[in-house]
Design a protein around this ligand. Sequence first.
Ligand code: EPU
Length: 313
Amino acid sequence: MTFTSDFISRNRVERIQLAAATTMRIGGAATLVTLQDRRDLPELLSGPHRWLGKGANLLVGDDGIEEPVVRLGDVFRDIMMEPTVGGRARVRIGAAADLAELISLCVKSGLAGPEGLAGVPATVGGALRMNAGTSTCWMLDWVTRVEVVLPGSDTPEWIERALMPAAYRSCGLPTGTLFLGCEMDLAVDDPQVLKATATRLKQAKAASQPLALPSAGCVFKNPAPNMPAGKLIDELGLKGTRVGDAEVSSIHANFIVNPKRTASCRDVVALVRRIREVAWRQRGVVLNMEVETWNCPAELFMHPREVPHEVSV
Ligand code: EPU
């Protein structure tokens, strides 16, 4: 896709390796557009594109991405907090803001809810899109409405949360929806209590997840609320299993880590396939990807019994 000179003068357009834009440190080349001006949304949306948040839940293919990869720039980071009325306050935040920034502001201001997501690496837009969450809360729990551009449209609109059929790791809006921001309705609480909760959650994550190594977080969705994928993979004895430079974390089995930053997407896919095969054969469980995948082999989405066996792992 080529952009007009006006577009290029207002927005940053550069060629990058997506490995540099993802926490997994994997992914080939792409044209990265940092969108700085709402006026340019129609031009951008007139062609194929993909939306990138913090790249913390994303596995990108080694051949990279043909269509422009778009990140929202600083103009989409605004935060607005209304005065408290009747023990509640409304907060409006842009999708490009870091989720950590939202949490820290709410904690300091004594507004409860977002502290439950402390330690989740995401932009606000990415967290909305994935309905990012923990075992106790989800991003969309406090949201009253979201500002989006739906696929096929080039006009931003506000959608009420009540109309979004959100679920575990799903915002309920179509794939390709662009999130521009959201509004939340938060209850007043004691900042010290909120801070203590955020600190406890971050410590628990640091103790149970391989945060020091490149990864994309949990690879698989939990097959059921009482069956965490990490526990299952651990019980199957797969911790430490390696394909090429990709490895099942020995700290949390639902993480695949890239310790040397030299793993390829092919390594990760072969490892995923191995895990899915063992889970299917030994437990009859189909593990589905939680991580978003771009231009990765289709076998990631096939039933494990249908996956071809041409590569031995
Ligand atoms: N467990 C094991 N072995 C392991 C990993 C976990 O036995 O290798 C056990 C734990 O001891 C615990 C249970 O499995 O009893 C659940 O583990 P954990 O508390 O880590 O929760 P989880 O279900 O594995 C979910 C989210 C995480 C989120 C944590 C903490 C999913 C797929 N994962 O993990 O989200 O950080 O809760 O709230 O829903 C992510 O989305 O990328 C992610 C990491």
